[in-house]
Design a protein. Structure first.
Length: 141
């Protein structure tokens, strides 16, 4: 008779990461960054990430499957256009370029919505390896 121990939490399968060139089916080097809705402590209205006209991911990227709890609580987890590789430092890489025309009604609406989002302190919610990303900063005294 043999004995074993195991655990399973739905949606939380462990992922092993390795350096590029050493990948295998059990070890990947691409770290996926997912985005969630944006919300603010100034207002109760959350918005999907795509509403703010940020850089969009390739159309081939699919959203992860959300569990019933995530759907009930309004989670809208989507792929992002960020490319992160395990153990590869990158500084100041252009994600995409956006152009807006002065006087164009649609562009003016996008920029005004973005400006209001900044004024209301809307914040991103990112997820890497099924864990939320947090931003820490010091508040002046």
């Amino acid at each position: 008779m043999s004995c074993c121990a195991a655990f399973y939490l739905p949606g939380l399968a462990p992922v092993s990461y390795c350096e590029p060139g050493r990948t295998s089916p059990a070890c990947v080097s691409k770290i996926e960054l997912f985005v969630n809705r944006l919300d603010s402590v100034e207002t109760v209205i959350p918005y999907e990430y795509s509403k703010f006209d940020f850089c969009a991911p390739p159309l081939t990227e699919s959203s992860p499957t959300e569990n019933i709890g995530q759907v009930v609580f309004g989670e809208r987890i989507r792929p992002s256009s960020y490319n992160i590789t395990f153990k590869k430092d990158v500084t100041c890489k252009t994600l995409c370029k956006k152009s807006y025309k002065a006087g164009d009604t649609e562009d003016t609406k996008k920029l005004e919505f973005f400006r209001n989002g900044i004024a209301l302190n809307y914040q991103n919610h990112w997820i890497i390896d099924n864990m939320p990303i947090t931003w820490c900063y010091e508040v002046g005294r």
